[in-house]
Ligand binder design. Structure first.
Ligand code: FPP
Length: 281
């Protein structure tokens, strides 16, 4: 299904808000229906190390270069009015890396939060952090807290940085939070999906409908395990530092080609009987 600018006038403001575009970006934008964008995009930013290795640079040069891709992705999603963007910055497994690399990543994040705050505020982005914050170095915790406070009143896109994040840890944390809440409150009823979702780090956010992973690995790596139940997964060979605006638009175009069925039948698919349950569940 193709929509052009002239067919759908609602495209115009969002297109203009992207500013000057390259010929490749313009071609991709022609294919994109800006009224059917994902509500929540989640990204596994992978391949910084390989990007550096290919250039005979230290791994940290790859991470530094990756911050530019993060900036482009954040700004483009905000301009396209996507509701939420989640970036996987540091997993619970990443503590197994050399101390020098961990220290660099923590420092880079602190620097990033300071440097990018004007951009975050310009787009009225609200920042959230997903993960076990209490296990992070004190300085990082302070900066994280500050970034959340400074942007708490913003009404634009929600930007979640997954930091010291693990999908299994998140589910365990949610169950423990439910236990604490129920403590001493008499006989307990079974835990429901809705109740568990309310205790996840992502509480209040729509589930990601698009999960992007760079650098070609076909894994979900303990990322948003509960929330990606129905997400479309887009894996690109592009290494994270090379993930530019055109590559992001390409992922969005690909998302729109997929038919989302949530376990039901596709539109127009022959069905022998009426669905057992009402749509929208
Ligand atoms: C994976 O590359 C990337 C990370 C460990 C995440 C760090 C991401 C950044 C520094 C981007 C900037 C983002 C923010 C929000 C500051 P890798 O080292 O696993 O690459 P490899 O698989 O090629 O070794």
């Amino acid at each position: 299904m193709s929509h052009t600018r002239t067919q759908n006038p609602s495209h115009v403001p969002a297109l203009e808000s992207l500013g000057p575009v390259t010929a490749e970006e313009a071609r991709l934008l022609e294919k994109l229906d800006l009224t059917r964008l994902p509500r929540h995009v989640a990204v596994i930013m992978d391949g910084n190390g390989r990007w550096a290795q290919k250039r005979h640079l230290p791994r940290i040069a790859g991470h530094r270069s990756g911050t530019q891709s993060a900036r482009t992705t954040i700004e483009t999603c905000a301009r396209l009015k996507i509701e939420a963007l989640t970036l996987y910055a540091f997993s619970v497994e990443n503590w197994r890396r050399p101390k020098t690399e961990i220290d660099f990543l923590m420092q880079l994040l602190r620097e990033y939060l300071r440097k990018e705050m004007p951009l975050i505020q310009k787009h009225a982005i609200r920042m959230r952090f997903l993960g076990r914050m209490d296990e992070l170095p004190a300085g990082v915790q302070k900066d994280v807290q500050e970034a959340m406070e400074k942007t708490a009143g913003n009404k634009g896109m929600v930007l979640c940085i997954a930091l010291n994040y693990g999908g299994r840890a998140e589910i365990v944390d949610a169950l423990n939070a439910i236990l604490v809440e129920r403590n001493g409150s008499g006989p307990s009823s079974p835990i429901t999906e809705e109740q568990l979702a309310r205790h996840l780090y992502t509480e209040g956010l729509p589930d990601p409908d698009l999960l992007i992973r760079t650098s070609g690995e076909m894994r979900v790596s303990n990322f948003l395990l509960w929330q990606i139940a129905y997400a479309e997964i887009f894996v690109t060979e592009t290494l994270w530092p090379d993930f530019n605006r055109a590559r992001l638009l390409e992922a969005l175009v690909e998302f729109q080609k997929r038919e989302r069925r949530y376990g039901g039948l596709g539109e127009g698919e022959p069905s022998d009987e009426k669905p057992a349950r009402v749509a929208g569940e």
